[in-house]
Write a protein that binds this ligand. Structure first.
Ligand code: DOR
Length: 431
């Protein structure tokens, strides 16, 4: 039995604790460090002393693009998930916009086979909005996988209301309404991108998602919301009984138009980086506890693809390796509590996406644990990138806090900048 000792985030508060982990990777006992139980100590094989540090539940990042299969030159599951471990992420949800897209039982099966061999974190996989028969087949075989709805894809809206879709699944919306957006290639800088893909497009997209949730009597989740206006409507819909949740990205909490180089393709992302007012409103929404989750939306592209004019570049911001230090840094420069951000990145996404026994430090849960040093400061350095996407707008930024070690199901998988073990598993097989 392994025991992890340190200041742990248990439930809603910090507690000096010893966390005992069984050989099968579960938390079997938690006790205060001052209390020595001889009976337990006789069963302890090793103590990991993190007394100087914080112990945080492993993060659950429900929005990543690890590009496998099909675009491994941008990223692959091994590189993406190694970078995730370095940030204390122990579970990822990988998006289905692969080559080919994951829109059938066959493609889902193939992707699962590939990813199972290459994953360093636990993972679940999304399926694209596709015909009810494909969705039902996937659901029967692989459990309740989330469905990604790219609203701006041709026929998405029509199909949502034409098809009789399974109610048990969670529908996750990229909610930019196609009638209110223009092709991103038409924007020569981030200001123009914000104008041609405005917040209004997200509000109109949200209306579609709400209508769908009402008519289909199912749960919907709106990913990467960019302003309080959207969050407010979601909160109001929830008051009316609609089962709706949402998440934000770190890049919309860190960057705003007035502070970035608008012509740099590194800041090109969909939905776009907004102006200062929208950015501040989003921070307020998070601080008030109105946003359920935070997800990286790690969207890597090759150096070459991003080395062009803004208009030609593919949208997407990478940077998963720094999610936890970014959250800690955000809490230091805004009025958002770090504890709230930790829950938004662990407990809440685990609950929303139905990932059992993860997201919280408690007896009976899997021992996904992160040892975090809040005193450390680090300048983000592309030479230390474990992801293939070395170029992103966080490079050169000074962040606070550093992940010292990551445990996945009780196993030490990352320590002092090195990957120490590989044991990523499909989440529905973990319990
Ligand atoms: O900026 C984005 N990049 N937004 C998306 O919706 C897709 C993503 C990607 O896959 O690169």
């Amino acid at each position: 039995m392994l025991v992890l000792r340190g200041l742990a985030f248990i439930g809603e508060k910090w507690q000096r604790a010893n966390i005992a982990i069984s050989d099968s990777g579960y938390i079997v006992r938690i006790w205060r460090s001052s209390y020595v139980n001889r009976q337990i100590l006789s069963k302890v094989d090793a103590i990991y002393n993190a007394s100087e540090y914080l112990i945080i539940p492993g993060l659950v990042d429900v929005h990543v693009h690890f590009r496998e299969p099909g675009e491994e030159y941008k990223e692959d599951f091994a590189t993406g998930s190694k970078a995730a471990l370095a940030s204390g992420i122990t579970t990822v949800g990988d998006m289905p916009n692969n080559r080919p897209p994951i829109d059938s039982l066959e493609n889902f099966k193939k992707k699962l086979q590939i990813v199972s061999k290459n994953a360093y974190t636990d993972f679940f996989l999304y399926v694209m909005l596709t015909s009810p028969s494909e969705l039902s087949n996937i659901y029967k075989k692989y459990g309740s996988v989330p469905v990604k709805v790219y609203l701006y894809h041709r026929n998405s809206i029509e199909n949502l209301f034409k098809w009789s879709l399974p109610r048990e699944l969670l529908y996750v919306f990229h909610a930019e309404h196609p009638e209110y957006v223009t092709d991103h290639n038409k924007a020569k800088d981030a200001h123009e991108l914000d104008s041609i893909r405005p917040i209004q497009a997200e509000l109109k997209g949200l209306d579609v998602a709400i209508k769908f949730a009402m008519e289909n009597k199912c749960r919907v989740h709106i990913t990467h919301v960019t302003s309080y206006a959207v969050v407010k409507e979601i909160a109001e819909a929830r008051k009316k009984g609609i089962r709706i949740t949402c998440d934000v990205t770190p890049h919309h909490l860190v960057f705003f138009l007035e502070r970035i180089n608008p012509r740099s393709p590194l800041y090109k992302v969909l939905p776009p980086i907004r102006n200062r007012d929208a950015h501040i409103s989003l921070i307020k929404a998070v601080a008030r506890g109105l946003v359920d989750a935070i997800a990286s939306d790690h969207a890597p592209h090759s150096h070459k693809e991003k080395e062009c004019d803004f208009s030609e570049a593919p949208p997407g911001i990478a940077g998963i390796q720094y999610l936890l230090p970014l959250l800690y840094s955000i809490s230091k420069v805004t009025n958002i509590d770090f504890e709230l951000l930790v829950r938004m990145a662990s407990e809440n996404p685990a609950r929303i996406f139905g990932i059992r026994k993860k997201g919280r430090i408690k007896v009976g849960n899997l021992a996904d644990l992160v040892v975090f040093d809040p005193k450390c400061k680090e300048v983000i350095d592309p030479d230390k990138s474990l992801s293939k996407a070395t170029q992103h707008p966080y490079n050169g930024m000074l962040v606070r806090g550093k992940v010292i070690a990551t445990f996945l199901r009780g196993r030490l998988v990352y320590e002092n900048e090195y990957i120490t073990s590989k044991s990523g598993t499909y989440v529905w097989e973990c319990n």
